[in-house]
Write a protein that binds this ligand. Structure first.
Ligand code: AMP
Length: 465
């Protein structure tokens, strides 16, 4: 085991957003609010906004959904024409307000606000190094390591300090920062986590995890921030600096499979079309006779449509999702589950009863969801249930920000496809092939698909199985 690396498994699924309005008198808080609202699917545990007026930073953050956090007059009290925002979901027991972002720190006479999506693999070692020099941490998130390293180098200027930080930190990150009179975006050298740049109608600029948030506020997508790029936006416009450590692009393929919204375009690839293609490819790779193709909302729907188009089997709505469940929602206990409490999804009997059903979902991680779905369809009277998955079996831990847990919890690592089929109770089960997945996103090697093939783009911590 290499103790350079962080051995703890704390994953952060998050969304970041930033805005720069050229007119100093304009307030940006409400636009950030709408941006975060469009990124809500990337994290439902906490939300926060920090705004900057001439270097003075106000911020507000709390646990809950964007609409729960920003009530009443909160937004109107956040003053400034530059700002950043964050939505967060963590997967271990680190769910408390101290870990909400953006983090705002005072360093000498400078205030810095920073928000981060992703996961560093060497945060633990860096934290220990900083602690040895007397730094006191108030949170357990990697972001605080980044902000401390940034503050340390500020005497060299902000951009220089960022360049020093990115030489030290290893892992996945899309970062937005505001300090002095700047909005800054930073993307890790592999571009594992997405970040794009847009322009607002009256001359401002936006940074966002996903392009769907740009559409929401009427901004136009200019381009993606490049892997290993630092983008600085100030009164002179947009400047680009490259980090010294650019390596091959490896966007997280799970963004396209599951995480991102279908109306986003990521590094030039439409999320919707990649899912639609995956469905078509599945129909080619694992066709089965059936009466209806249904998709698991939300990410399985475009793929089910693609499957139906390619196979000639009609698409139907088979599952209805309650849209109002956040991740802080009170989950039923095991006892209630055994009583049959199914809160998130219900089967549409009219479309599945007495039918041979093909159900398309984006992934099988632990296998609990697919088991429940098959049961739901059978209880609704489906005659046959054929499960099709638009990604290969998840067989390796993600170290870069997606909640695919320890290998022992990953059914794809522990069982064969036939064993998984028996476990979930489907008549047939098929996953897309590795080649089919790459074809669905337009080909090439610019993706990290380590959760499927174990080919990590960098050295990763050794976790206990
Ligand atoms: P599982 O029960 O663990 O097999 O969950 C797989 C289901 O959860 C699929 O329907 C996915 O849409 C969804 N899913 C996959 N990855 C994640 C994730 N990182 N966070 C939350 N849900 C996920």
């Amino acid at each position: 085991m290499n103790n350079f690396f962080n051995e703890d498994k704390l994953q952060e699924e998050c969304g970041v957003f930033g805005i720069y309005k050229t007119d100093k008198e304009m307030q940006c808080a409400q636009l950030i609010y709408y941006g975060l609202y469009a990124l809500q699917h990337r994290g439902q545990e906490s939300a926060g906004i920090a705004t900057n007026f001439e270097g003075k930073i106000d911020h507000y953050k709390d646990m809950g959904l964007v609409t729960e956090v920003f009530r009443g007059d909160v937004l109107s009290e956040l003053k400034g024409n530059i700002g950043i925002g964050h939505v967060r979901y963590s997967t271990t027991g680190e769910s408390h307000i101290e870990n909400a972002q953006p983090l705002v720190v005072n360093h000498k006479n400078t205030q810095i606000a920073l928000a981060h999506n992703g996961n560093l693999v060497n945060a633990k070692a860096l934290r220990e190094m900083l602690e040895d020099t007397g730094v006191v941490f108030q949170t357990t998130i990697d972001t605080e390591v980044i902000v401390n390293l940034l503050a340390r180098g500020l005497k060299h200027g902000v951009v220089d300090s960022i360049k020093r930080v990115v030489d030290i930190i290893k892992g996945a990150y899309a970062i937005v920062i505001t300090t002095e009179d700047m909005l800054i975006g930073v993307r890790d050298p592999h571009g594992l986590r997405p970040l794009c740049l847009g322009r607002t109608k009256n001359g401002g600029y936006v940074l966002s995890s996903e392009s769907c948030a740009l559409d929401t506020i009427g901004a136009e997508l200019i381009r993606d921030v490049e892997p290993g790029e630092i983008v600085v936006i100030d009164s002179e416009g947009v400047k680009s600096f490259s980090q010294n450590n650019w390596v091959k692009k490896r966007l997280c393929i799970f963004e396209l499979i599951y995480f991102a919204r279908p109306d986003s375009v990521m590094d030039g690839t439409s999320v919707y079309l990649s899912r639609h293609n995956a469905g078509k490819i599945l129909a080619r790779e694992s066709f089965v006779e059936a009466d209806v193709v249904i998709g698991v909302p939300d990410s399985g729907i475009p793929a089910a449509i693609g499957f139906a188009e390619a196979s000639g089997i009609p698409f139907g709505m088979g599952l209805i999702k309650n849209k109002y469940i956040g991740r802080t929602f009170i989950q039923p206990t095991q006892a209630l589950r055994e009583e049959g409490v199914m809160i998130k999804l219900n089967a549409l009997k009219e479309n599945v009863a007495g039918k041979r059903v093909i159900i398309v979902d984006d992934s099988i991680v632990r296998g609990t969801t697919s088991k429940k779905l098959v049961e739901l369809l059978r209880n609704a009277g489906a005659k046959e249930v054929h499960f099709r998955v638009t990604s290969p079996p998840v067989a390796h831990t993600c170290h870069f920000g997606i909640d695919t847990p320890y290998r022992r919890e990953l059914v794809g690592a522990m069982k064969t496809v036939d064993e998984i089929r028996d476990m979930i109770g489907a008549d047939t089960l098929a996953f897309i092939s590795n080649g089919g997945l790459i074809e669905s996103v337009g080909g090439g090697t610019g993706y990290c698909s380590a959760c499927f093939d174990g080919d990590y783009p960098m050295e990763v911590p050794v976790l206990e199985d």
